[in-house]
Design a protein around this ligand. Structure first.
Ligand SMILES: [Zn+2]
Length: 270
């Protein structure tokens, strides 16, 4: 599933291909891809629109349109976007097409069909409950201390809670906890001030490095031009079960936390 670094990388590549192009029509190939409004209205409202600004919030891509509405897109597990010549053949999992006025098409492809688009007056209708951006100043030790106080859920699960902090998924939660040397099953409320400060620093460092390396490609994630990210070469624990910890040599362990595969160093993460 694309997380913050992957979504930002995709958006950076997509933006110059779609900004200020007119969307002369939309074709919905699989109706449930449109979360709201209903399909007929969605098609009518998209007709003739231009994207005048692009932003990211958590794992959402936000496109501000020239009529002041917003198109939001969430890729979920396997969603992909690409801009292609209109004559290029469709792929089996294409779900939505925006026909651009420059002879190209902005296509949304999604094998697992969890990805969604939303067309709304205000982004807050969809993303109003998201926590702060992890790379912003609003995500600091004081904030996280407040959010973790008295929480008994595992810190791994709390890092994945988009209402606490937006944009972290399974890969960067595991990598951040390893970097901060915190056991993924520790109850959130049990972390010390020092550990929380280290965790905030770790989250920011891991995400910044992943952004610089254009994300992690394990299976599905591709940049819109089809190229892959590089952070998979920097993973310390994620999907390295049984391999030696890069720091101490102990075999990396895998457990399941809140239904999610979780990887950690059993010797150093306490
Ligand atoms: Zn270790």
């Amino acid at each position: 599933m694309p997380e913050l670094p992957e979504v930002q990388t995709i958006l950076d590549a997509l933006a110059p291909l779609i900004l200020d192009r007119e969307i002369h029509s939309a074709t919905v190939l699989w109706p449930p891809v449109v979360d709201r409004p209903e399909q007929t209205l969605f098609i009518a409202w998209m007709q003739g629109r231009r994207v005048v600004d692009v932003r990211r919030r958590g794992k959402y891509m936000l496109f501000r349109l020239d009529d002041a509405r917003w198109l939001l897109m969430h890729l979920r597990m396997t969603g992909k976007v690409r801009v292609t010549d209109a004559a290029a053949p469709l792929r089996p999992h294409d779900r939505l097409i925006f026909h651009l006025n420059d002879g190209r098409e902005w296509r949304f492809e999604d094998q697992r069909k969890f990805g969604r688009v939303y067309l709304v007056e205000s982004p807050d209708e969809v993303i109003g409950k998201l926590g702060p951006e992890p790379l912003s100043d609003a995500f600091d030790a004081d904030y996280l201390t407040h959010k973790l106080a008295r929480r008994t859920a595992p810190i791994k699960s709390l890092l994945l809670d988009q209402r606490i902090v937006a944009g972290i998924g399974n890969i960067y939660a595991d990598e951040s906890l390893f970097r901060a040397r915190i056991h993924p099953l520790r109850p959130g409320g049990s972390l010390t001030q020092e550990e929380i400060a280290m965790l905030v620093e770790a989250v920011k460092a891991v995400l910044a490095q992943a952004l610089a390396e254009m994300g992690t490609t394990l299976q599905d994630y591709r940049r819109p031009d089809g190229s892959v990210g590089a952070f998979q070469n920097s993973l310390q624990v994620f999907r390295r079960t049984g391999e030696p910890c890069p720091s101490c040599g102990a075999p990396i362990r895998r457990i399941v936390v809140g239904g999610r595969s979780t990887h950690f160093c059993p010797r150093e993460q306490r």
